[in-house]
Design a protein around this ligand. Structure first.
Ligand code: MG
Ligand code: MG
Ligand code: MG
Length: 301
């Protein structure tokens, strides 16, 4: 049984790609199941409900198993016992990470907006039938990762995939669906500061130290106005507990593409000069991968 596993702090892409990649492997005659490394966020739950698909079961470890990794190729985002698993394949759209394999593997890594875009093309190459639930999962993941095509990570391949998938998913009013999806994406009501930081947190090894960068996508920055102190405190606590050089959090208003960056830790001083009145604002910044993290790497040098 092959386990298909997305990254830690799972987002919609890592869940949807895992679920649909299982169908690709089954079409090849393999036995496979999707697993997840954490709780689903509200947007992912909304997508699964609309697709009528159950959540992958929780990953309890991959030692001794055959695995496919989806939506990452970094050890920090993999199950802790990944070194004892056999990695057979990767479907991803990030820079190549640091996983290594003993045997040759299938690596499908394209510079596009979403892992599901790569998977959609793979299904077409192999002439695998795309059912309505599969179309719903892939289309939604692409719209999520590209923030409804607005992200600078979005490519023509992503748009083409969505336009091919929408009729298969039974979606006639695509703009209406994007609105519903983005409302689910930015719903943070009732979440605690640490749940918010953890919602979409990535760890990066940098200059022999560890940095984490989280991102919360919002309909307006006012949604977190009353929580800034608690969020800062959570970042500070994380630095102390995990020995981080920096813990940063991108608060991103997806309607205006404006990001406020919160940051704590030993390296926080390197960022001070970019803040005005105690606020570090990044205009025209939606993407952690293409904008937030590259900028931070430059400043932290
Ligand atoms: Mg992801
Ligand atoms: Mg992705
Ligand atoms: Mg994302």
């Amino acid at each position: 049984m092959i386990q298909v596993v997305g990254h830690k702090s799972p987002d919609s892409d890592s869940i949807c790609t895992a679920l649909v990649a299982v169908e690709l492997l089954k079409a090849r005659g393999e036995e496979a199941k999707a697993v997840r490394q954490g709780e689903l966020n509200r947007e992912t739950q909304f997508i699964l409900d609309r697709a009528g698909v159950n959540a992958p079961e929780m990953c309890t470890g991959v030692a001794g198993q055959k695995v496919w990794l989806v939506d990452y190729s970094d050890l920090t985002q993999a199950p802790d016992d990944i070194a004892e698993a056999e990695i057979l394949g990767i479907i991803d759209h990030h820079r190549l990470g640091d996983v290594t394999t003993t045997n040759p593997l299938e690596a499908w890594i394209w510079p596009v907006g979403c892992s599901c875009t790569v998977l959609f093309n793979l299904l077409q190459i192999e002439k695998v039938e795309i059912t309505r639930p599969m179309a719903m999962l892939m289309m939604s993941a692409i719209l999520s990762d590209t923030v409804g095509f607005a992200s600078p990570t979005c490519t023509d391949k992503d748009k083409d995939a969505v336009h091919a998938l929408a009729p298969l998913a039974g979606i006639e009013d695509l703009d209406g669906y994007i609105k519903e999806l983005l409302i689910a994406k930015t719903d943070i009501a009732g979440l605690s500061a640490s749940e918010l930081v953890e919602k979409d947190l990535k760890a990066y090894p940098y200059n022999d130290r560890k940095v984490v960068v989280g991102q919360i996508e919002l309909a307006t920055l006012e949604q977190v106005d009353g929580m800034i102190d608690e969020l800062q405190a959570d970042l500070t606590e994380r630095c102390e507990r995990d020995g981080l050089a920096l813990a940063a959090l991108m608060l991103t208003d997806i309607t205006t593409a404006t990001t406020r960056l919160l940051y704590q830790g030993e390296w926080a001083g390197k960022l001070e000069g970019y803040a005005k009145d105690g606020k570090l604002m990044m205009e025209n910044t939606l993407s952690r991968k293409k904008q937030g993290w590259p900028w931070l790497q430059e400043v932290l040098k």
